[in-house]
Design a protein around this ligand. Structure first.
Ligand SMILES: Cc1cc2nc3c(=O)[nH]c(=O)nc-3n(C[C@H](O)[C@H](O)[C@H](O)COP(=O)(O)O)c2cc1C
Length: 175
């Protein structure tokens, strides 16, 4: 990393991605800023942009920002991370990467398990979770994954931990 300037940009609805972004910024001694506030920032000054968003029905919240700016960021190093309730099973993480991270750019992707926060969730998201709960409840011959999901989303939980960012820190420090 040496003299490279780094910024963490995040999109966070219930605070998990913000918390991970702040852990990363503390560890790297760089700024972490919400995507909605990036207008106030001159992104030209940064060499490395770390972008993070929460998983939202299989999509990384805010990933459009990276997709839309790929050509503007072509001289920068982009690192993407996602937070989500799903356990960090390699096959699931690979699915998240494949469905979200632009393939031809070969961008590094990291996944950090977080949880679910019903207290901070907005109305539309609460409704979506309610529908998912009903669908899982009604589903007959549930698979192990469905049973696990049904159990996991009943209440708020938090599996986030600072140590999960270590591989990302190691990678960024190697740049
Ligand atoms: C409507 C909704 C959909 C979600 N979809 C997924 C998902 O597809 N995969 C996953 O692992 N977690 C999913 N989650 C859990 C969030 O990804 C998790 O809480 C994330 O850390 C939220 O980040 P934030 O608090 O920064 O917005 C979902 C949560 C909500 C409310």
């Amino acid at each position: 990393m040496n003299d490279k300037k780094v910024v963490v940009i995040y999109k966070s609805n219930t605070g998990f991605t913000q918390k991970y972004s702040e852990w990363i910024s503390e560890a790297l001694g760089c700024t972490a800023i919400s995507l909605s506030e990036t207008n106030s920032l001159n992104l030209n000054q940064y060499d490395i942009i770390i972008f993070g968003g929460g998983m939202h029905a299989g999509k990384i919240n805010g990933i459009k920002f990276i997709k839309d700016n790929l050509s503007a960021f072509k001289d920068k190093q982009i690192v993407i991370f996602a937070t989500g309730g799903t356990a960090p099973i390699p096959e699931e993480v690979e699915k998240f990467r494949k469905n979200n991270v632009p393939e031809n750019e070969n961008l590094p992707f990291f996944y950090f398990q977080s949880g679910m926060n019903y207290e901070k969730m907005k109305g539309a998201d609460k409704m979506l979770m309610g529908i998912l709960k009903i669908m899982l409840k009604m589903s007959k011959n549930k698979s192990d994954v469905e049973r696990g999901t049904e159990e996991a989303i009943k209440n708020s939980y938090d599996y986030s931990s600072r140590q999960q960012i270590d591989p990302l820190l190691k990678y960024v420090k190697s740049l």
